[in-house]
Design a protein around this ligand. Structure first.
Ligand code: 5AD
Ligand code: SF4
Length: 491
């Protein structure tokens, strides 16, 4: 839990001369401890990594704080996926100048994808930065911080063949005590030509299933009700005793025959904790197997939602992106999903304005969206990323105004489809896990149904973490509205 820690002048408990020793629950600072303020940007994987960082640093006496002015160490866990993500971080760093003026001792570190991409350039370009640490080097943080405390700049951006942080129990940050992430793979071998991730997060490796199940069981003991298995490409999960996915072919026959793939892992999770809802993200079309879809259908506690990025509806563009599937194969997969789980919702990521994308290609994207009618999606203008194959080989030649217009067109179409999808729930009863108070009304709860649609309803006597059956009476394109008709069987 990310508790706000305040320095207190008067300690109501004990005082032994040179430091205050305060019970955790007083929300105060033990002066032997230091305050860590950590901000995360980008994907869920990054937010999950920050929980690993908080755990590693707790062993070094750092407690997380929500109050930046109280921090001894400020960490930004950064994203490089689009240029804009990096610009946001650069701007944020500027605002730290004023904090450093007041608190000269505070140290500032950059973690994550931007650290990995820019390495020591970050220290050269951003004078305020003391520490640069890539996604595979978080266990080295205590040593690096020792150097920083001596007044040195410290950097570790080594990528690893086997680091999965399986032995680190994440410290849950900003948690509602209900939803949690479990990281199952790291890195990515796909080499989509637009994407910086293979360079910032390294080669793909899977985490020991035993440690995944242990984390799941631990979360259940702590009262969590829903977990999301995370990875850049979860369907590619393959445990054969450790090592890179690309080296699987070198493994012994016994290791190969006892290997655990994603379908098996999903089943293990579903069986281990039948009362916990299970989600997973992200799926890549070329790696999603029929077995996975069948396992989803077989177990009630695996949610009916697949995030299945396609990126473009044009085969020409898919090829230029080095996607390992065609438009037709993707549509076949969607049909298979719908045949096996008719109620399964599907969401997407889409990029407009990739090099050489013509109006014809763009129309194919719009047509594909019409065919699938996604429940929701994340849509982006192509942003050229240094070092990627697209940057090296292709010219970013779609006009910015055209990119904008195409983005508006797909966003508008998605809204129509989202409304079609939410309307399908009208007058139906859905099971909702309550997550938080609705942003728009203190009197309403907000949660999600199995298909990942947000559901809002009057609070009555229910509480966060309850599974409640909700009769849906109204909807917008993004939200279902309804009222509770009682607890679901899952409680
Ligand atoms: N430009 C725009 N969008 C990108 N994405 C990844 N790389 C880029 C890029 N260079 C999008 C993809 C991916 C999502 C996480 O971000 O759609 O699935
Ligand atoms: Fe951003 Fe991709 Fe890194 Fe996630 S993996 S933080 S989306 S660049």
């Amino acid at each position: 839990m990310n508790s706000e820690v305040k320095k207190v002048e008067k300690n109501p408990y004990q005082y032994n001369g040179d430091y205050t020793l305060i019970d955790n629950e007083t929300n105060s600072k033990n002066l032997l401890e230091k305050n860590l303020y950590i901000e995360s940007y980008g994907c869920a994987m990054n937010f999950s990594d920050s929980e690993i960082v908080a755990s590693v640093l707790s062993k070094k006496g750092y407690r997380t704080t929500n109050t930046i002015t109280n921090a001894d160490l400020i960490l930004l866990n950064t994203c490089s996926i689009r240029e804009k993500a990096e610009e946001t971080i650069r701007k944020r760093l500027k605002t730290f100048n004023s904090i450093k003026k007041i608190n000269k001792q505070v140290k500032i570190g950059i973690l994550g994808c931007m650290a990995e991409r820019l390495k020591d350039k970050l220290i050269e370009e951003e004078k305020i930065v003391d520490l640069v640490v890539g996604p595979d080097a978080y266990k080295d943080l205590p040593n690096l911080i020792d150097d920083v405390e001596k007044g040195e700049k410290a950097i570790n951006v080594l990528l690893s063949k086997d680091e999965t942080y399986a032995d680190v129990t994440p410290e849950r940050l900003n948690s509602n005590g209900v939803n949690a992430f479990i990281s199952i793979t790291r890195g990515c071998d796909n080499m989509c030509t637009f994407c910086v991730v293979p360079f910032t997060r390294g080669r793909e490796r899977s985490r020991d299933p035993q440690s995944i199940i242990e984390e799941l069981n631990d979360l259940r003991t702590k009262g969590y009700k829903e977990i999301t298995l995370l990875g850049q490409n979860v369907d590619s999960y393959l445990w054969y005793g450790g090592g890179l996915k690309k080296d699987f072919h070198k493994a012994s026959e016994i290791k190969k025959s006892t290997a655990i793939n994603f379908a098996k892992l999903l089943e293990l999770c579903a069986l281990s904790q039948p009362k916990i809802r299970i989600r997973f993200s992200t799926s890549n079309p070329q790696d999603m197997s029929i077995d996975v879809i069948k396992i989803m259908a077989k177990y009630n506690n695996i949610c009916n939602h697949i995030h299945l990025p396609v990126q473009s509806g044009s085969n020409k563009i898919l090829k230029a992106m080095n996607r390992q599937h065609t438009r037709e194969e993707y549509i076949d997969l969607i049909e298979n999903i719908k045949n096996i789980i008719p109620e399964c919702s599907i969401s997407h990521d889409m990029i407009v304005g990739f090099p050489e994308e013509t109006e014809e290609d763009h129309k194919k994207t719009l047509q594909l969206m019409d065919t699938v009618k996604y429940s929701f999606g994340y849509m982006f203008k192509y942003s050229e990323r240094p070092g990627t194959l697209a940057h090296r080989k292709l010219k970013d030649n779609v006009e910015e105004s055209t990119k904008k217009r195409r983005l508006n067109e797909i966003v508008e179409l998605q809204q129509k489809h989202s409304l079609i999808r939410t309307k399908e729930f009208l007058n139906k009863t859905v099971e909702v896990l309550i997550e938080k108070t609705s942003k728009k009304s203190k009197l309403h709860w907000s949660g999600r149904n199995s298909e990942n649609t947000v559901v809002v309803f009057p609070k009555e006597h229910y509480k966060v973490g309850d599974f409640v059956n909700i009769k849906i009476t109204d909807c917008t394109s993004a939200t279902l509205l309804g009222s509770a008709i009682g607890y679901s069987k899952n409680n």
